[in-house]
Design a protein around this ligand. Structure first.
Ligand code: GDP
Ligand code: MG
Length: 163
């Protein structure tokens, strides 16, 4: 079947915004309030005649860091089991968090194909926080702005190379 691309990351980093952009329509719910993706949502994507399936992960998360972390572990495990390529999304405006580190460790140990994506880089000058993400050991972050549509082509170029 088609390769599967899964988007994993903390609530509110912009996973559903990117998912909708790649899908070319609004499928996932985007909200200022973290965690409104209901469990997981699937869509088809295409880039330069490469067809793939996409999974947007999320969940209905209470405002507790513990619960967010346990839910993210489950989502990362699901992605590790089902996806060919995992987009691990972090918030380029906010910078690195402890939860990012935990999830990055899980993903790195899985030895799956992972692309580190720093979202919310809305301007040409990357924020100084971007350098923190190199610590994750997942390579160079691909900087995008999902809401403005910057960097998405470069990101998909990288993704299809890994299919
Ligand atoms: P999710 O919880 O990871 O699925 O995140 P959402 O896609 O629901 O987005 C959470 C919030 O971040 C929404 O208010 C989005 O409009 C906003 N957002 C998403 N992408 C960007 C971006 O590239 N730049 C900025 N500034 N905000 C963004
Ligand atoms: Mg979402």
């Amino acid at each position: 079947g088609r390769p599967i691309l899964a988007i994993v990351g903390r609530p509110n980093v912009g996973k559903s915004t990117l998912f909708n952009r790649i899908a070319g329509k609004r499928i996932s719910i985007v909200e200022d309030k973290p965690g409104v993706t209901r469990d997981r949502i699937y869509a088809e994507g295409e880039w330069l005649n490469n067809y793939f399936s996409m999974i947007d992960t999320g969940g209905i998360e209470p405002d507790s860091e513990d619960i967010i972390l346990s839910q993210m572990r489950q989502q990362a495990e699901m992605a590790i089991e089902t996806a060919d390529v995992i987009l691990f999304m972090v918030d380029g405006a906010e910078g690195l968090t402890a939860t990012d580190r935990e999830v990055a460790n899980m993903l790195r140990k899985s030895r799956r194909r992972i692309i580190l994506v720093a979202n919310k880089v809305d301007s040409h000058t990357p924020p100084s926080t971007i350098y923190e993400f190199y610590e994750l050991g997942l390579g160079e972050p691909v900087m995008i702005s999902a809401s403005h549509g910057y960097g998405i082509g470069d990101l998909l170029d990288e993704a299809i190379k890994l299919f």
